[in-house]
Design a binder for this molecule. Structure first.
Ligand code: SAM
Length: 248
């Protein structure tokens, strides 16, 4: 059927492509790519010869109009990013809103996503979670973003660059304390996949003894999971309760 197909691709392990993704990529009129060279490698691997068109951040605007025109004429356009789910810390959203406004059907073709993969194996609560994408690169803005996180039971999920992870952990330690539990998921679905779990100070030590930190990283923590967790009642509530029992 004509429409816009948002196709998730692997985040490392090529076996994570779905049967449906292969069928849609193989039968679409065009594949709109974040980076055509990157996607071409995937298509070559699976023997798919559908024409590709670039759709990276810099041309998202004008290209969106061109693709929209083709969609209105009944084309089937598949959208992919370099890895994982399009639109999640990746381009794609502008085309989706434009397609919806033009009355074009938008089909999700689900598959790999680094945030959800890290979350389900982290051991942290999956009941409530917030995905924040990348933290700001500048220290001041990053600290402000961390300070403003709600301190409830939700798990906060971030994407982080390997060359910034030690600085970010230092910020977390100074804001939430050295006993804050943190999980790092690195190189998920790849040969050197690993999960590091522990207090923020443990993880800083573990990573800083390495010659360098490489690869792709998801960082997760819940401010409610701190080894020196404050009492569930605030000090004020505690005092009020004591005074009440004294007066009885
Ligand atoms: N759209 C992608 C998705 O669905 O997960 C995310 C794209 S974003 C530009 C790239 C970031 O995602 C990386 O810098 C890293 O933080 C995270 N990421 C992607 N693949 C990963 C993997 N295999 N292991 C750990 N993190 C990954």
């Amino acid at each position: 059927a004509p429409g816009l197909y948002l196709v998730a691709t692997p985040i490392g392990n090529l076996e994570d492509i779905t049967l449906r993704a292969l069928r849609i990529l193989g039968s679409a009129d065009r594949i709109a790519c974040e980076d055509t060279r990157q996607t071409q490698k995937l298509l070559n691997h699976f023997g798919i010869s559908t024409p590709t068109v670039s759709y990276h951040l810099h041309n998202e605007g004008p290209r969106a109009e061109e693709l929209l025109l083709q969609l209105k004429q009944g084309s089937r356009i598949a959208v992919v990013s370099d890895a994982g789910t399009p639109g999640i810390a990746d381009p794609g959203h502008e085309l989706v809103t434009a397609a919806i406004a033009a009355g074009i059907t938008v089909y999700p073709i689900p598959g790999a996503n680094a945030a959800i993969s890290a979350l389900i194996s982290s051991g942290l609560s999956t009941e409530q979670f917030t995905f924040h994408g990348f933290l700001p690169a500048k220290e001041g803005q990053r600290r402000t973003a961390l300070e403003q996180l709600p301190r409830d039971h939700a798990t906060h999920i971030f994407y982080e660059a390997p060359h910034r992870i030690l600085d970010t952990l230092a910020d977390i330690e100074s804001i939430f304390g050295s006993t804050q539990s943190v999980v790092i998921g690195r190189e998920l679905t790849k040969l050197h996949e690993e999960f590091l779990r522990g207090t923020v100070s443990d993880l800083r030590t573990q990573l800083s003894v390495r010659a360098s930190v490489r690869g792709e990283i998801v960082l997760l923590f819940s401010p409610s999971q701190n080894e020196s967790a404050p009492p569930s009642r605030s000090i004020a509530a505690e005092v009020a309760a004591l005074m009440q029992s004294e007066s009885l």
